[in-house]
Ligand binder design. Sequence first.
Ligand SMILES: C[S@@+](CC[C@H](N)C(=O)[O-])C[C@H]1O[C@@H](n2cnc3c(N)ncnc32)[C@H](O)[C@@H]1O
Length: 299
Amino acid sequence: MLKTGVSMQQMPLTYMQETSAKVEVSPTEDRTGQDDKRRIGRLIVGNCVDIMRSWPDGMVKLTVTSPPYDNLRNYNGYSFPFEDIANELYRITDAGGVVVWVVGDRINGGRSLTSFRQALYFQEIGFSVHDVMIYQKKNTPFTRSNAYTNAYEMMFVLSKGKPATFNALKEPTRRHGMEMLTHNKLPDGINKKKLGELKKEKTRTNIWSYAVGLGGTTKDRIAFQHPAVFPENLAEDHIESWSNPGDLVLDPMCGSGTTGKMALSNDRKFIGIDISAEYIEIARERLTSCGLLVDVEHA
Ligand SMILES: C[S@@+](CC[C@H](N)C(=O)[O-])C[C@H]1O[C@@H](n2cnc3c(N)ncnc32)[C@H](O)[C@@H]1O
């Protein structure tokens, strides 16, 4: 049973810490400028499978999450029942909803390929593998003596049917303006040129690069008390792409709360779950210090 008895709508413009101390949050920190619409995030300590099982079908529009990678790190006593998590994610995702699964492989001699096995399982249970995106790390200290330095992880974009939302992120083009462009090229190979406009921006590719470490991943020092934080720009880019303001965003293994910070900052609703009370406390402190409202519950 969850401890909370208060719905997000009922919560006042203050939040209650676990100690029951009331904490006022400055309304001027509201990025939307609409104090009465400030979102209150929910952070839940517990096994995400158990929590998700208590939720109705189709409740969540977007999940942005990153699981433990093989047995790379010793998180605080986690249990990671992958197939149960995947099945629950499918059930609670709304039609047209998306799950972004950010994952790397253990490299020990060769690559574990756990990432691909997980992607195939998601496909087996009904998700469409809408895209396989690359999270490229601009800086990485992990060199290999007999292979090229690994500088990426996978971002599987899994959708339940066709994605209902796609807000394409753009980037500037190198050349723009009016130019003679190839037009109506026929099998005779003759180029017919026609004056046309090269646009100022184009849709980004599916390879996204981020600096990692302090200042790149985040400027929030407290986040690094967690061993495996992903970049907040990565979370924000997916939130903007696959959801709209007001939608519910989930991170069932939220660690230091990166997805929550970016969801709430972008006017989405947010629920974060982590099996470790210590990590939820890091997430709570981090989000609070960013002026965001959170309510902590224990399963
Ligand atoms: C890769 S970390 C997530 C880091 C997060 N993306 C961030 O930016 O801080 C994976 C997290 O999954 C949590 N975890 C592992 N098994 C879990 C489970 N069954 N239920 C909930 N959380 C779990 C771990 O405690 C760990 O914090």
